[in-house]
Ligand binder design. Structure first.
Ligand code: PAF
Length: 290
């Protein structure tokens, strides 16, 4: 096992399994936090949550090529493993799994996972390759770690719903826990991609959560969802976003469209909008009208 100053690091599935089986032999339960690195306080909250729920915590850092389209930011996605290891250790993580692309996808690997249900529409429409790639890597990671519990951020709400569906459909015996979105003092959801924003873009980005909160409140008080979504899209463009992929209110759990055009059950408002070359996503709960 390699070791940074901060944290033991394993790079092979065999070494990961060896450490985790040693832990289990000692009677420890295992919590798992999958990440793509470039860690911020949001990820560390997931690690702390895993630490509340299990005796030992392993985090993975793997920038998964399968979930990026050719034109996306795989090549420039921020990578800072030594810093990540320090942050993980400080948050109570016990082990870092940082495999290579070859370890995760050995030559000749051809199996894919086909996703549906909550993967359809929203991110699934604008990033059609993404949830198949997420489902593949998350299935592999959950099989590799066989953790008791795995923690995912609610910031990627649709991803969380896709993962919940996946473990149900594929009988993966790991409990999936969602952890609330961490925000900065202005309400901006923490994201590794915020590092791409200029000061001026950051000012605009910080308005996204306010627009969603207002639109979510209008939806919760019975407003027509067509109107709520159109008004929110216009508000984002007025705030300075260069382009809006979607603003949508959907049923919270399966992300299905509200057929009656109003939110008559617990919902979620979700958005993706661009600032120059940076794409931001966010989402919030929409209470059902009482
Ligand atoms: O949310 C992420 O960082 C990634 O999509 C995940 C779950 C680690 C899979 O690569």
């Amino acid at each position: 096992m390699a070791e940074t100053d901060a944290l033991p690091v394993v790079r092979s599935v065999a070494a990961l399994r060896q450490t985790l089986s040693d832990w289990r032999r000692q009677g420890f339960t295992v919590g798992f936090v999958p990440t793509m690195g470039a860690l911020h306080e949001g990820h560390l909250t997931l690690v702390r949550e895993a630490g509340q729920r299990a005796d030992r915590v392993v985090a993975s850092v793997f920038v998964n090529p399968a979930q990026f389209a050719a034109h996306e930011d795989l090549g420039t996605y921020p990578r800072q493993e030594a810093r990540d290891a320090e942050l993980l250790a400080g948050a109570g993580c016990h082990l870092l799994f940082a495999p290579s692309v070859e370890e995760m996808y050995p030559a000749g690997a051809t199996t894919t996972i086909s996703v549906g249900g909550p993967a359809e529409g929203l991110e699934g429409e604008f990033r059609p390759q993404m949830f198949g790639g997420v489902a593949l890597v998350v299935t592999k990671l959950l099989n590799q770690a066989r953790a008791d519990v795995a923690v995912f951020g609610e910031k990627d709400w649709q991803q969380l719903m896709v993962v919940r569906r996946l473990v149900r459909d594929l009988d993966i015996p790991t409990e999936i826990v969602g952890s609330p979105t961490m925000r900065d003092g202005h309400g901006l959801a923490l994201s590794s991609r915020n590092a791409y924003l200029s000061e001026a873009e950051l000012e605009v980005a910080r308005q996204l959560n306010g627009v969603l909160a207002a639109a979510g409140a209008a939806a919760a008080s019975g407003g027509s969802l067509d109107v709520v979504e159109r008004d929110a899209r216009e508000a984002l463009l007025r705030a300075g976003f260069s382009h809006v992929d979607y603003v949508a209110v959907r049923r919270a759990d399966d992300l299905a469209v509200f057929e009656g055009g109003v939110a008559d059950a617990p919902g979620r408002i979700l958005a993706a909008a661009w600032l120059g070359r940076t794409r931001l996503i966010d989402n919030m709960a929409v209470a059902a009208p009482s």
